[in-house]
Structures are given as structure tokens and as C-alpha cells.
Design a protein around this ligand. Structure first.
Ligand SMILES: [Zn+2]
Length: 190
């Protein structure tokens, strides 16, 4: 196949030199009740994240998640003892759940994944929509299992307004869980 960035022939989705050029640029956003840690510059990986609407997206998400996880492993002093929940990690029509791929990699850091736990009733797409649209169209999350007394880390590919993560945290807190933090691949606001 051809590298998605340079077009050179490669056995992978991105050739090694191109993959190396995508650097980790850690950022933190404070949402009040919890912090959101992101790994990549949005401008740099925006086009790669769009691959989630294609079959090839699963490979891209594996590569980006793996690299993010390796970075975190080097900076962490001890394993993260928490459960991980991916935002609305339903299998898409492309045959995978991108947030489940992201979450899966973090098992290496001690996180216990709770797949298919926090699903959205309204699968309205937020892509390219403004804050007002997002406020008027909440995700209306529901839970597929009991999470009472659990310490949770949330996983989503992107943060833009932060409304989705706030809505998720609010529901989990109401159900007796504690959201420690969230990991996202990229912060689109910066
Ligand atoms: Zn390349």
C-alpha cells in the first residue's frame, strides 16, 4: 500500500519516516472537575483522525494510540489504577470502534478497559458543528453496566468544546463513579 502522508510504498499505513515526524505534543485542559490530557497537535493529525470514517482508520488509530501510550509509559511513575471507558465505543459501519482501539492500548499502563459501557442515544455527528448546536444536541449517554464506586478514566479521540466529556463525567458521577481524568488523542481547541 501507499503511505497516507508521502505516498511512498510501505507495508504499513504510514511509512516509518512519516510516522516519526508525527510528534507527541502533550497538553492539558482543565474542565473544572477533571483534567483532559492530549497527545498530538490537532493541525498535524487532523487528516489522520478523519480516517475513522474509513476502514483504514483502525490502523491509524492503533498507530497513534500506541505512540501516545508509549510516551505516557515513560513519564508515569506508577501504573494507573483505574477503569477505562471509551466515549460511545460502538462498532461503526467500518467495523471497529475507534475509541475502543485507543482504550485497548492503555491496558499496558494498568487501566482495565470497560468496553461498550457508555453509549450515546443520539449518534448525531458533531463534526464541524458549533457550540450552540452541540449544546442543543446532547449525546444523551446511557450506561450498559454498574460503575458505582469505580475510578474511571475517559477516552475520546478529540476534545473540542469539552461538552461531550463533561456530559459523560456528569452521568458517571451521578451513578456513583469518580472520573479521575480523560485522555484524548488531540485537543482541537489549541
Ligand atoms: Zn510516508
Amino acid at each position: 500500500m501507499r503511505c497516507l502522508i508521502c505516498g511512498n510504498f510501505t507495508f504499513k499505513t504510514l511509512c516509518n519516516p512519516c510516522f516519526q515526524t508525527i510528534t507527541i505534543q502533550p497538553k492539558v485542559r482543565d474542565l473544572g472537575n477533571f483534567k483532559v490530557y492530549s497527545f498530538y497537535d490537532y493541525q498535524e493529525i487532523q487528516f489522520l483522525l478523519h480516517a475513522k470514517y474509513q476502514i483504514i482508520g483502525s490502523k491509524i488509530y492503533h498507530l497513534l494510540s500506541k505512540k501516545a501510550c508509549l510516551f505516557l509509559k515513560q513519564t508515569l511513575k506508577s501504573p494507573l489504577k483505574a477503569y477505562g471507558i471509551g466515549i460511545d465505543d460502538k462498532i461503526s459501519k467500518q467495523g471497529y470502534a475507534h475509541n475502543a482501539i485507543f482504550l485497548k492500548h492503555f491496558k499496558k499502563l494498568g487501566i482495565i478497559p470497560l468496553y461498550h459501557t457508555l453509549l450515546a442515544q443520539d449518534s448525531v455527528s458533531y463534526a464541524g458543528k458549533d457550540l450552540k448546536f452541540r449544546q442543543n444536541n446532547p449525546r444523551n449517554f446511557y450506561l450498559m453496566r454498574n460503575i458505582t464506586h469505580k475510578k474511571i478514566i475517559l477516552f475520546d479521540d478529540l476534545i473540542t468544546t469539552g461538552l461531550t466529556l463533561k456530559e459523560a463525567q456528569k452521568l458517571l458521577a451521578e451513578k456513583g463513579a469518580e472520573v479521575l481524568m480523560a485522555f484524548v488523542l488531540s485537543d482541537a481547541k489549541y
